[in-house]
Design a protein around this ligand. Structure first.
Ligand code: GLU
Length: 492
């Protein structure tokens, strides 16, 4: 097999879409698995759709996901430049070759003529609008005259009718198109820029791309590309068209149904490991039911032969689950770093009372991490699910108050307070023994103290074991919170 060189070729029209990430990832995995090269090429020849800052966004999203490229706009490489807008001279040279051969031709049709043609074809119920080769018959001298008179023109691909266009695709096997359904595609636009089809083929050839791995939406463009390769006499790359990404209702994945930009997932606190793992499974599996993968395992296991043909459903629940799994597998030290960043980005960095939270010692945060690790799916949930580790509750869960805070509770809590006051640097078991003793003295069930106690120290009705909470916040804070609850919670 010749050496593997693959490329991700986005158009800089906005953010990196999860579908784009999937394409980039499969190219990356394939390159790494086969000791090949992963090239980033920016297809920016459609000046109308160009978005300022999009290239930088794309690159930073790819880098965040750990998809580093071997050649590309920032990195450089032996077959650059890697921005198509910097390669315009190259396309001009190659298009002339096709014109001379008769496989491409000048077209001077006006916008009005093309519109009228389209309308007529619609009336006649053509399955799709197609150029009628009107300019193919122009004489050489007429073409030269038009060019000399600076009449605007495009250059089109000359598709020979009544042929079968056949190519192989790793995912879809043998694919066949009827050339009667292939339009005489514009290759060079009236502004002199190449279209996607032309620039894409010229560059894939010149950049020595061995495998073209891209979304299924490009499958219908491939016959045009194949004609171009054949016309130039260039070896075709191996094609692999990846299945569509679908919403759970099997419609095409779209922004309307939720986030589609990688940066949105990043902003929501998804881990890059989880996003990459999730996206890898959108159309590929290793042939077993393993779902949890790190990048190195994906590289080891990936193969294009195991990419499915049928659409891949984007199931956000699975992404949430993978996030929780990846988060739990992180070391407590890594989680500590992440939690500190989360605290810095939280309301605590602006609140006057927040300084204390910013200065919490590592040992304290590590205890919070141990208590909550199995109960969170996102780093931010350390703050939202257990705010009581960072500040005393200011409100109390209403339904738990109704259920657990009875008229006799304040007195019972006072007794508990007094009993706790006798403790000296208590551990979990000391708190537990003290509570049980108090319950026995009051001749009540321990639950009658445990639930109001949880409410008093956390404001919530669930969470880690109540004694774990007490040990983490400490005796003094526990007493303060019991006292505050007695004075704040009103009895219905
Ligand atoms: N520029 C195309 C895109 O935006 C590339 C398609 C291809 O990979 O050939 O997706």
């Amino acid at each position: 097999m010749k050496s593997v060189r693959v490329r991700f070729a986005p158009s800089p029209t906005g953010y990196l879409h999860v579908g784009g990430l999937r394409t980039a990832l499969y190219n990356y995995l394939f390159a790494r698995k086969n000791n090949g090269k992963f090239v980033l090429r920016i297809e920016d020849t459609d000046r109308n759709r160009f978005v300022e800052g999009a290239v930088e966004n794309l690159i930073s999203a790819l880098k965040w996901c750990g998809l580093d490229f071997d050649e590309g706009p920032e990195t450089g490489g032996k077959l650059g430049p890697y921005l198509q807008s910097q390669r315009l001279g190259i396309y001009q040279k190659y298009i002339q070759e096709l014109v001379v051969k008769g496989d491409a031709y000048y077209c001077f049709c006006t916008h009005e003529r093309l519109e009228a043609l389209k309308e007529e074809q619609q009336k006649q119920k053509f399955p799709q609008a197609k150029y009628d080769k009107h300019c193919l018959s122009l004489s050489k001298s007429r073409i030269e005259e038009n060019l000399a008179n600076r009449i605007p023109f495009v250059i089109r691909l000359n598709v020979v009718p009544n042929q079968k266009i056949i190519f192989d695709d790793i995912v879809r096997s043998r694919v066949e198109f009827d050339s009667n359904n292939v339009d005489d595609q514009v290759l060079i636009k009236s502004d002199g820029y190449p279209t996607y089809h032309f620039a894409n083929v010229v560059d894939d050839h010149l950049m020595e791309i061995s495998h073209v791995i891209r979304g299924e939406e490009w499958l219908s463009s491939t016959p045009k590309h194949v004609l171009l390769y054949d016309s130039f006499g260039w070896e075709r790359p191996i094609f692999a068209h990846l299945p569509l990404l679908l919403n759970p209702d099997r419609s095409k994945l779209s922004k309307r149904q939720g986030d589609v930009a990688v940066e949105d997932y990043r902003a929501k606190g998804f881990l890059k490991e989880a996003l990459v793992n999730f996206v890898a499974l959108l159309g590929w599996n290793a042939g077993d039911d393993k779902e949890f993968y790190y990048m190195n395992e994906l590289i080891e296991n990936f193969s294009l032969e195991r990419v499915n043909k049928s659409g891949a459903v984007f199931d956000i629940e699975k992404l949430n689950w993978l996030n929780a799994e990846h988060l739990r597998k992180k070391s407590n030290d890594d989680l500590l770093t992440m939690l500190r960043i989360e605290i810095l980005n939280s309301q605590f960095s602006t609140l006057p009372t927040g300084r204390q939270v910013l200065n919490l010692p590592d040992a304290y945060l590590l205890k919070v991490i141990s208590a909550m690790k199995e109960r969170v799916s996102f780093v931010k949930e350390y703050l939202s699910n257990s705010p009581y580790f960072f500040e005393a509750p200011s409100k109390y869960d209403e339904s738990s108050v109704l259920k657990n805070w009875k008229s006799e509770t304040p007195d019972q809590m006072k007794k508990l307070y007094e009993s706790f006051a006798k403790l000296n640097t208590p551990v979990k078991e000391d708190f537990e023994a003290s509570l049980k003793e108090t319950a026995a003295e009051l001749n009540i069930d321990a639950g009658k103290l445990i639930h109001p106690l949880r409410l008093a120290v956390s404001g919530m009705s669930s969470g880690p074991g109540v004694y774990d909470i007490l040990v983490i916040i400490g005796l003094e804070e526990t007493q303060k919170r019991i006292d505050k609850a007695i004075n704040t919670i009103s009895v219905i």
